[in-house]
Design a protein around this ligand. Sequence first.
Ligand SMILES: [Cu+2]
Length: 262
Amino acid sequence: MKNIQYLFACLFVFLFASCKDDENNVIPTVDHFLVAEGKTASGKKVKLWSAEKDLLVAYNKLYVSVQNADSSYTGDPAVTLTPVMDMGTMKHSSPVEQPVYDASTKLYPAGVVFSMPSGDMGSWTVTAKVDQEEVTFPVNIKSSPANTKYTTTFVGSDGTAYTITLVDPSGPKIGLNDLVVLVNRRESMMSFPAVQGLTLEVTPEMPSMGHGSPNNVNPAFTSGGRYAGKVNFTMTGDWRLHFKVLKGSTVLAQDVALDLLF
Ligand SMILES: [Cu+2]
């Protein structure tokens, strides 16, 4: 339907002007929400897009586009994203899967974990570094829905602070779902490198009814800080994912929980 509306809009523009091959024709705005836009000192247009309408305390699929001042494309300059929460007395960052250019969409898909909501506790920005230039966007981060927890931090038995974040299922359904989690460690308040080589064991539980589910597959390391397995939701409602986290034979944490509701 949106495509048809767009076709008509384009036809209308064509009749009265010309159907300009401008940025709106190229960037897939139908599927993406514009979060913020700005310009670098040299005039490059940088836009931050989101797969979802709201940015949440969660894993967020974000996209960056970079254009020249005349809206032509710049090629694929190096782009990195740095989220920063200013909490007044201190600042901290959060885990990021850095953007990688996708020539088919002319976008840079990325993943950003926001660990806290914007509000009384502080405010978030995301800085895009494009080659050597920076553009900083204020962003508003909302809490995830009541009774959900998509990202959490725990201190392992090795004394290291880790974050574990749900990437998939982003749209949970009854039955076997792909399960992907992202694990990072807090090297400093500004650095959260991905952690590879852990062993994760997942046990789903429906707390309101006190049962679990069969046929789950423990998430195994794939790449970056990602671990992929399967989770079986036998009914809709509240689900808690319990993770046991091991490094070799050392148990880092016996029970780290994420909560879903669908
Ligand atoms: Cu904070």
